[in-house]
Write a protein that binds this ligand. Structure first.
Ligand code: AKG
Ligand code: FE2
Length: 340
């Protein structure tokens, strides 16, 4: 009922001077519309948010281990990447891709590389993520209970191109809806950041006479600005579409064993150098948590638009809802801070 309509009815009721008792005496058996209390949808949203927070806490633990393994992969102290701020900030995007009947006209997510250190991505059983490898778009097959780890532009920069950030995209699909949750590890861009004065350039320990720094030192703000200034090129670099069943399978239980850990570190480095991404299973996040978060995201998007509207904004908020983050600009993050 419109608010103005409701006020009119309430007024008429008030003017009868009978009160609620008068209505009961008149024999009403149902609560009149004018007394309906709007349902509290925010409760549902907060329970969906709690699920997200629970998931992100677990992703934070996983990311910490991955950053340790990646530090070790370069012979650095295991806490090196964490100590320079790579896990200071964990943010997440939950995506909902409706089924699309005109797949040739649009993309779900355009080609991009993530502007951060690493991302942990959960895609549902529908799949659809593709990564660019040697000018070929490769399907990343949905593996039940697996998480995908992407190397981001900042990790490419600080490893002086030893690791490659991976370009990826999600074509639109006849089948849907598809949901995915991408969690990004980075540093805060605010002044409250412990690392706000830090700049990120190639790690000195990784440089040698034959390999000088390919990037200049940049603050996190400069890095982000430079990444969003280049316009997405539409030139198709796609030669072939093929599927590559590529995964690093490891169990965190075995990381206690130094030999097994060394093998895992080697395969993480190998995958990160060659492909810029890998899938992991046995990552320690229970299947039930993965199912809960996918269901939570789906039910968030599928609830009433009026409820979601309250969270719709393009401003920075701890929790917000909107359409494509790049709705107005087609961006293609590159690494423009390169010096050569
Ligand atoms: O939905 C996906 O699988 C990819 C999402 C993504 O690449 C991103 O959020 O950066
Ligand atoms: Fe991405």
């Amino acid at each position: 009922m419109e608010d103005s309509e409701r006020v009119k009815i309430l007024k008429a009721f008030d003017e009868t001077k009978f009160g609620v008792k008068g209505l009961v005496d008149a024999g009403i058996t149902k609560i009149p519309h004018m007394f309906y209390h709007p349902p509290d949808h925010t409760k549902k949203i907060y329970s969906q948010l709690n699920i997200l927070v629970e998931y992100m806490n677990q992703v934070m633990k996983l990311g910490t281990i991955l950053l340790e393994l990646l530090s070790e992969a370069f012979g650095l102290n295991p806490s090196y990447l964490i100590d320079i701020g790579c896990s200071e900030r964990l943010s997440a995007f939950a995506h909902y891709y409706p089924a699309c009947s005109e797949t040739e006209l649009t993309l779900g997510t355009i080609k991009h590389a993530d502007v951060n250190f690493i991302s942990v991505l959960l895609q549902d059983h529908i799949g659809g993520l593709q990564v660019l490898h040697k000018d070929m778009w490769i399907d990343v097959p949905p593996l039940s209970a697996a998480l995908i780890v992407n190397i981001g532009d900042l990790l490419q920069q600080i490893t002086n191109d030893e690791l490659k950030s991976v370009h990826h995209r999600v074509p639109s699909n006849l089948v849907g809806p598809r949901v995915s949750i991408a969690s990004f590890f980075g540093t805060l861009t605010t002044r409250t950041s412990r690392f706000s004065c830090n700049t990120f350039g190639p790690i000195e320990e990784l440089l040698c006479v034959d390999d000088s720094a390919r990037y200049k030192e940049t603050s996190i703000q400069e890095f982000i600005v430079s990444c969003i200034t280049s316009i997405n090129s539409t030139s198709p670099r796609i030669l072939l579409l093929k599927t590559l069943q590529f995964k690093v399978v490891f169990s965190f239980h075995i990381l206690e064993d130094p030999c097994a850990r060394k093998r895992v570190v080697e395969s993480v480095r190998d995958a990160s150098e060659t492909f810029g991404f890998f899938q992991i299973v046995n990552h320690g996040i229970p299947l039930s948590t993965l199912e809960k978060i996918k269901d939570g995201v789906k039910s968030f998007f599928e609830q009433d638009s009026e409820v979601k509207k309250k969270f719709y904004t393009r401003e920075h908020r701890p929790f917000l809802y909107n359409s494509n983050f790049n709705l107005y600009v087609f961006i293609e993050p590159v690494s423009p801070t390169r010096v050569n």
